[in-house]
Design a binder for this molecule. Structure first.
Ligand code: SF4
Ligand code: SF4
Length: 373
């Protein structure tokens, strides 16, 4: 089939989030379920030339508003001078009035006072991977020698807080940690006092590591989520935002979610790996070279974002089977994230339906909007 005939012409949106993996498959931790684990290759830091190239080309396409997510591997392994260079280049290439957001996704192990004051000074958002209390976190998030990383992650979080940075937290849920949902919820909400965090369910769709038995089934994921909804409601939810509950509620209240896995807007992201290869986004997609959409060492960002591979990806991302098109929740779900589809269908469809129904029953849709149809 000639994809040029079936894939729509892509207009580059007014705004796209650049996920930049400044460090490749290299991390100071060795978490059991990490999908980079098998390829943990030692030093793989992006060159300063490529960094300058990416920021410069991005600024030429999106001069007014920018969002960079600095990612890895563990991005802090690139070192503080590398991050200082990021700010220096941004000052050089963006117009003075440009609104630039910098976010970093880290395990927080390397965070010290110098890092924290840099993040504070340059208004970085810091997102930390923390799976719950020490028991759940240390079960899989370890160093190479088998020690858990919890104590060092917590130290990093406290240093950030000492510098008035309230980090976002991403909590990965496995089969084991789902069984300790109550303990983990209360640890994050009450002992650690987070006001907001996001949850991700562990699912090794590509069977990349031996921990795949920790992947959650639809039933376990839905049960976990319902438990969290109950704890959240019972605790009083005014000052506590569980991002995923909020974003699912957008579906109930007939609003557009800001999460790509719910709103279907993959076109708002692209990812550049440490060596210049471009991918649709991070995660599973950027571990598969067959899914690369271009290479900055031989083409411009503009070319990549108008290119055939990108169009093909977006065409597959927008695909929805008949069951979705006639589903009550389609506008709030969009057949889920492409990374979690099999034969074009979202693998966690059943869980999503259960979650939407449970939210409708417990919180209701009349408060903020009408029926979904
Ligand atoms: S592939 Fe998934 S994670 Fe990536 S942009 Fe699309 S919905 Fe988001
Ligand atoms: S809930 Fe299931 S059927 Fe409905 S849109 Fe989502 S994936 Fe499709």
């Amino acid at each position: 089939m000639d994809m040029d005939k079936v894939a729509p012409v892509v207009t580059i949106p007014n705004f796209m989030v650049a996920i930049v993996k400044i460090v490749g498959n290299n991390c100071n931790a060795h978490c059991d379920y990490c999908f980079y684990r098998s390829g943990n290759k030692g030093a793989q830091t992006m060159s300063l030339g490529l960094l300058k190239n990416i920021i410069g080309q991005y600024a030429a396409i999106f001069p007014r508003r920018a969002q960079f997510i600095w990612h890895g591997g563990e991005p802090l392994l690139a070192g503080l001078p590398f991050f200082e260079k990021i700010i220096e280049i941004q000052k050089d290439v963006f117009p003075k009035k440009a609104k630039i957001e910098n976010c970093v996704q880290t395990n927080a192990i390397l965070v010290n006072n110098r890092w924290a004051s840099f993040f504070r000074k340059h208004r970085f958002s810091v997102s930390v991977s923390l799976d719950g209390d020490k028991i759940s976190h240390d079960q899989f998030r370890k160093y190479r020698d088998g020690r858990g990383t919890f104590d060092d992650v917590l130290r990093g979080i406290h240093i950030l807080r000492n510098h008035q940075i309230e980090p976002g937290v991403i909590q990965v849920i496995t089969r084991s940690s789902a069984q300790r949902s109550k303990e983990n919820f209360h640890f994050l909400a009450d002992s650690l006092g987070l006001r907001s965090w996001s949850i991700l369910h562990y699912c090794d769709t590509r069977k990349l590591n031996p921990l795949r038995k920790q992947s959650l089934s639809n039933k376990r994921w839905a049960d976990f989520f319902k438990n969290y909804i109950d704890y959240w409601i019972k605790r009083g939810n005014e000052d506590l935002r569980i991002v995923d509950i909020d974003e699912f509620l957008c579906g109930i209240w007939n609003k557009v979610s800001s999460l790509c896995s719910l709103n279907g807007k993959c076109e708002e992201f692209f990812c550049i790996d440490w060596d210049g290869k471009a991918y649709p986004c991070d995660g599973y997609l950027s571990t598969n070279p067959k899914l690369a959409i271009g290479d900055l060492s031989s083409e411009g960002l503009d070319e990549i974002l108008r290119g055939r591979a990108w169009r093909e990806f977006l065409t597959s991302a927008k695909f929805a089977p008949e069951e979705c098109l006639s589903c009550k929740w389609y506008r709030a779900c969009h057949n889920g994230c492409v990374s979690y589809r099999k034969d074009g269908k979202y693998l966690f469809c059943d869980a999503r339906k259960q979650i939407f129904i449970y939210l409708e029953k417990t919180i209701g849709f009349q408060e903020k909007g009408g029926d979904m149809r």
